[in-house]
Design a protein around this ligand. Structure first.
Ligand code: CMC
Length: 435
């Protein structure tokens, strides 16, 4: 509130009680102050100046972005302004990919040539298959995928020229196109099955399903309902603004590393159970619970803080995760084809309890995108190791959109946070025998 009698101004007044000095900081975009404006606040001229301390960046904006908007309080998610509900209902994954990467929905000819280009970059260098063959039979598909994406940087050394926009677009097309191939090959290696090469007349998701599940020379015809459900899941996972893996992409990319190396890094960040590994963790949790009769004991351990209810809670969404509602709908379509996943009953009961009980309500713990996606993937025949991989394929588009935006943003530099040093002061080295 402005003092009575003064005109409201877009500034923040700060009094440093150590010195009695007053400062006026500009407020940008409605509620943002620039951390660098704090630097002028100092006791002595040779002080470093004030800085903000924000472990895990819970209240720090690292960029201005036009890609994805989330209003966590109201459960809103929009890509380039388009509500996720409309895109999931009316669009296709590759159209959404174009929207995220280019900023606008494609015109018909633009979509045709984008789909064509993605379709014709699906093959990978044969030496990548040799690399895949080096992994143990039980290697996790995500580990294989991360390594093979990183290895691609050696096949496309020109990708290093990250300041050349045309060159970037070629690499972006390659990455979007090759991810399903690498993911399917990782799966086939894990299963001990021969690789199935891309078939360019199939859609993005149908081609992926074909490379995953075709056995022998027989035709594999993906069920159109499953093909569409996977496309919707890909749309829902395509971007989610400055999350852990996207921030990783931007941070690695800020050193001007090539995009394959940066992508491998973001995939590593995604792999953790608190992020893209959560859908795998949900399934393991549901299996461990095993029966609705074990739910009360499980919930008691969650309330005691001994366990986390995987697939619940979100750093940003505090009302509900709009993707979870769409996924719950898609789950019904999938289960009509595949039959009901037996773990669904446990999942529904957990959700019911969590939406009623104080512990979860007080902490805004609603189902997130990962709670039902794992059940769908399992019903479609994917082993749990493939779940984070199924997240990484569409999120590649988000990572690349954000990488592109970062490189075009004149305000960005190499990422380099500050620290508050709280360790020992200077002390003399103690020889080994005297410690
Ligand atoms: N189960 C039980 N309690 C929880 C959970 C949960 N899933 N999530 C948060 N809490 C509690 C937490 O213990 C804390 O309680 P208290 O205040 O008593 O200490 C409070 O809620 C706040 O938790 P937080 O850890 O400070 O919240 P955060 O914003 O740092 O964490 C989160 C967000 C997503 C990491 C967390 O909710 C979580 O671990 N969820 C389970 C994993 C999961 O489903 N991750 C997928 C996220 S969505 C997809 C993606 O982004 O990849």
């Amino acid at each position: 509130m402005a003092d009575s009698g003064t005109e409201p101004r877009n500034t923040l007044s700060v009094r440093d009680n150590r010195t009695g000095k007053d400062y006026e900081l500009d407020i940008h975009e409605g509620n943002v102050i620039r951390s660098m404006d704090l630097r002028q606040i100092r006791v002595h001229d040779d002080d470093f100046g004030m800085m903000a301390y924000d472990p895990a960046f819970t209240n720090t904006a690292s960029t201005r972005s036009t890609v994805t908007e989330i209003d966590g309080g109201r459960g809103i998610l929009r890509y380039r302004g388009y509500p996720i509900e409309q895109l999931a209902e009316k669009s296709s994954f590759l159209e959404v990919a174009y929207l995220l990467l280019k900023g606008e929905l494609p015109k018909e000819d633009e979509l045709d040539s984008w789909v064509h280009d993605v379709t014709y970059h699906t093959y990978i260098h044969e030496n990548i298959t040799k690399l895949l063959n080096g992994f143990r039979y039980d290697a996790h598909a995500m580990g294989i995928l991360i390594s093979s994406v990183g290895a691609l940087s050696t096949f496309y050394p020109e990708a290093k020229e990250v300041d050349n926009a045309e060159n970037r677009w070629v690499q972006i097309t390659r990455m979007v196109a090759k991810m399903p191939t690498l993911a399917a090959f990782a799966y086939r290696h894990h299963q001990g099955l021969p690789y199935i090469y891309p078939e360019n007349e199939l859609s993005y998701t149908a081609n992926f399903l074909n490379m995953l599940f075709r056995i022998g020379v027989s035709e594999y015809e993906p069920n159109p309902a499953l093909e569409r459900a996977l496309d919707i899941l890909f749309i829902l996972h395509a971007d989610h603004e400055q999350n852990c893996s996207t921030t990783t992409m931007r941070v690695i990319g800020s050193s001007k590393a090539d995009p394959y190396s940066a992508l491998a890094g973001s995939m590593a960040a995604l792999y953790g159970p608190l992020h893209g590994g959560a859908n795998e963790a949900v399934l393991r949790m549901l299996k461990e619970i095993g029966d609705v009769k074990h739910i009360p004991a499980f919930m008691e351990s969650v309330r005691k803080g001994e366990r986390r209810l995987m697939g619940f809670g979100h750093r940003v969404y505090k009302a509900y995760d709009p993707r979870a509602s769409i996924i719950k709908e898609a789950a019904h379509d999938v289960f009509e084809v595949t039959g009901k996943n037996p773990l669904l009953e446990i999942a529904l009961e957990l959700e019911k309890i969590a939406l009623q009980e104080d512990y979860f309500v007080e902490r805004n713990l609603y189902p997130n995108v990962d709670f039902y996606s794992g059940l769908i993937y399992q019903a479609m025949g994917f082993p749990v190791e493939m779940f984070p991989v199924l997240f990484a394929i569409p999120r590649t588009v988000g990572w690349l959109s954000q990488w592109e935006e970062m490189l075009e943003d004149g305000e960005q530099k190499i990422a380099r946070p500050r620290q508050v040093y709280v360790g020992e002061g200077e002390r003399d080295y103690v020889p080994l025998g005297q410690r």
